[in-house]
Ligand binder design. Structure first.
Ligand SMILES: [Zn+2]
Length: 365
């Protein structure tokens, strides 16, 4: 006998929503790591979709989700020394099909970053995204919100079922690419990012560790870490743009480091607009914190004033430029900041936010 599915949480109850996500994670229904990828993907899209007025999105597309899922798996399919066969397995039986697709594209394109792959081999990248989109449509999306044998849609609604064929997907009959977020869910995903992301990373790493019979400690950096080496090509250009001064304290740079202004631990955004150069002191003390109003103001100014210069730096390094995404992510992350929350300032370390509204106003329009 299968227990009845839990009733959907009330739209205004973020904690009940989070509990339901945890229940979903504890079920052993998936043999692959897709559920983590889909949930993390939805969180990223909810954050970057926050509007100028601070409203989270009510819908995302399967194409958008496929792009994020490709970005998530891309570094993970890089050769891993301790993995049998070189690439970590992400399915209890054989390899997860999405991993096979991403690994094949990455190998073909010579192991470049995903941004470079999208820039330099747009047709190949588009084909990869389309194939991954189909896999998401066919497999995890219609099955994710299943408890035991019952479906209980509490995250999103979709217009197709698990028996859809690729021909129907390609033709667009019985298929529409909308993933409609249920009432309140966009806001929950934005709000709960700081809680859910570390948990999803942890569960994902544990499953990969179990499948590959490897200690989880060796996997974290490979699966979710910042690729410091890959960031090197943008250093010189960003340094010049900052007149060789630290972005945060304005001191002359001695041992410059590339820093993710919007913390990597909160959202995986590598676009040039999210990268600044800082000295080790500021970078080390900022860690995973959001930056205080003066820094945010400066960042917003740079996004406006140095838009073309940033694109030039990106082009020279064959890097990704996504000003709209960067601004969306900033709005999404700062939307969750309440009065009294702690943000980081180069001058004073961690400080309390006195007026969260004023902070968000910096990001409007
Ligand atoms: Zn500094």
């Amino acid at each position: 006998m299968t227990a009845a599915p839990p009733p959907p949480p009330p739209p205004d109850d973020a904690i009940a929503f989070a509990e339901q996500v945890l229940t979903l994670l504890r079920q052993g229904a998936f043999t692959s790591t897709y559920k983590y990828a889909v949930l993390l993907g939805l969180i990223e899209l909810a954050i970057e979709g926050v509007s100028a007025s601070g409203a989270p999105p009510t819908m995302v597309t399967t194409h958008q989700l496929a792009e994020v899922v490709v970005r998530l798996y891309w570094p993970q399919v890089a050769p891993f020394a301790d993995a049998a066969g070189g690439v970590l397995r992400q399915n209890t039986r054989g390899q997860a099909e999405i991993v096979t697709l991403v690994a094949a594209a990455r190998a073909e394109l010579g192991g470049v970053t995903i941004a470079r792959a999208a820039r330099e081999a747009p047709a190949r990248y588009a084909r990869l995204v389309r194939d991954v989109e189909w896999k998401l449509v066919q497999m995890p999306l219609p099955r994710l919100q299943t408890f035991g044998r019952h479906e209980a849609r509490f995250i999103y609604d979709i217009a197709w079922t698990a028996d859809i064929t690729r021909a129907e997907f390609e033709r667009g009959d019985r298929f529409a690419n909308a993933i409609d977020l249920r009432p309140g869910v966009g806001a929950h995903l934005v709000r709960l990012d700081g809680l859910l992301r570390p948990l999803l990373h942890r569960e994902w790493a544990l499953q990969v560790a179990a499948i590959n019979r490897l200690p989880v400690a060796t996997l974290d950096a490979h699966l979710f870490g910042v690729d410091r080496v890959a960031l090197r090509p943008v250093l010189a250009g960003l340094r010049a743009l900052q007149d060789d001064r630290c972005f945060y304290c304005d001191q002359r740079l001695r041992a410059p480091e590339v820093d993710h202004f919007l913390p990597w631990a909160r959202v995986a955004l590598d676009a040039i607009e999210n990268l600044v150069v800082a000295d080790p002191r500021c970078n080390g003390s900022k860690r995973d914190h959001l930056a205080a109003p003066p820094h945010l103001d400066r960042w917003r100014q740079r996004l406006r004033r140095d838009r073309a210069a940033l694109v030039e730096v990106a082009d020279a390094a064959r890097w990704e430029s996504s000003p709209a995404r960067a601004l969306g992510v900033a709005r999404g992350l700062y939307l969750g900041v309440r009065d009294g929350a702690r943000v980081w300032s180069a001058e004073a370390g961690l400080i309390e936010v006195a007026d969260a509204g004023a902070l968000r106003a910096l990001l409007a329009a």
